[in-house]
Write a protein that binds this ligand. Structure first.
Ligand code: AHM
Ligand code: MG
Length: 337
């Protein structure tokens, strides 16, 4: 039986907005636009095996990675919907070299900008493993009325107004956070609506799952190796050994750890001291969500959300998850953040 009593995403965001008498409804509109784009992507993800949308486009993106056709499709859906919406003045995407300024009357007067990774976990597209979209919303620092500038995008993560992700998995779920909390909405395919299914998500303080790419083990620093060692040891005080889970779609790994408790790590390696993940499109939004839910996110030396970005496609090491596991990690790293 489908429960028709639950709130839809729109109903929920409008109710939230009513708590702020000065709210204009722009943020609710922006979240609705993101929801709409994600439903279109969801349709394509679900039939990906049937149509010629898998595989590579033959292009290489700004990160030096092969662009998958579905990546490209997702990127154009999110960009298009936000461009034609009434709440967003410009976007930056992991798939595009530069920011896109929406140069029309309505967009110029909008107060938000949005950044996204249109399809995270692209290497999993061809093999039916969960993938997702990650997004991040900031209030612009330039005055509405004119075009956005790079300064609107290079803001520290703590200035996010909202952040979220959509996972196209065993079911499709949209989870987003504002400073008021983190809430999850499962797509009811029969009515085409996201319905509130995970209200008030809190990240458990302790967990038993650690997620890391073990293939890179010998390239990690000695303190990171030491922490992985602790994760694998029998340990009465922390319930170890922990279970290792690594999907290779960060959005799914972090979602699972957010619900069940756990830690996700993408440390720097000797080859790539800043790791692989992008600060603006991947780390900031997830760090914001996990912090609102009561967890923690650092790069091993400072809070992710306090990092001042210097370029759109900047990378950073990432450690994110349950408070007690993050504390254990910090002990190994010899820092207190
Ligand atoms: P992508 O945005 O190109 O998909 O890359 C990011 C993904 C993350 O989702 C995932 O955690 C990581 O890459 C996996 O990388 P690796 O295969 O090096 O462990
Ligand atoms: Mg990604």
């Amino acid at each position: 039986m489908v429960n028709r009593q639950v709130l839809t995403l729109d109903e929920f965001t409008i109710r939230e907005m009513r708590a702020f008498p000065k709210a204009t409804g722009e943020l609710a509109g922006l979240l609705r636009d993101i929801g709409l784009a994600s439903k279109r992507v969801n349709v394509e993800v679900n039939k990906a095996g049937l149509v010629d949308i898998l595989g590579d486009t033959g292009d290489v993106n700004v990160q030096g990675e092969m662009v998958k056709k579905l990546d490209d499709f997702a990127n154009s859906q999110f960009t298009g919907v936000l461009r034609h919406g009434i709440s967003c003045a410009g976007i930056a995407s992991e798939e595009l070299d530069d920011m896109v300024i929406f140069d029309n009357e309505i967009s110029r007067n909008s107060k938000y900008i949005c950044m996204f990774d249109p399809l995270d976990g692209s290497s999993n597209i061809d093999v039916n493993v969960s993938i997702g979209t990650i997004f991040s919303v900031y209030r612009r620092v330039t005055e509405p009325g004119g075009p956005v500038t790079i300064n609107d995008f290079l803001q520290p993560g703590m200035r996010q107004v909202a952040a979220g992700y959509i996972i196209y998995g065993s079911s499709t779920i949209l989870v987003y956070a504002t400073k008021r909390g983190v809430n999850g909405f499962t797509l009811d395919q029969s009515i085409g609506e996201y319905c509130l299914s995970h209200p008030g998500i809190k990240c458990p303080q302790s967990g038993k799952i650690y997620s890391v790419n073990h293939g890179n083990f010998f390239q990690y620093s000695a303190p990171v190796k030491k922490y992985i060692d602790i994760c694998q040891k029998k340990n009465k005080s922390n319930g170890g050994p922990y279970t290792q889970r690594y999907i290779g779609s960060m959005v799914s790994d972090v979602h699972r750890n957010l619900i069940k408790g756990g830690i996700f790590m993408y440390p720097g390696t000797t080859d790539k001291p800043k790791g692989k993940l992008r600060l603006l499109y991947e780390c900031n939004p997830l760090a914001y969500m996990v912090e609102v839910a009561g967890g923690k996110a650092t790069d091993g030396t400072q809070r992710i959300l306090e990092k001042q970005p210097s370029e759109l496609h900047e990378r950073t090491p990432l450690f994110i998850g349950s408070l007690n596991m993050m504390a254990e990690l910090e002990e190994c790293l010899g820092v207190k953040i």
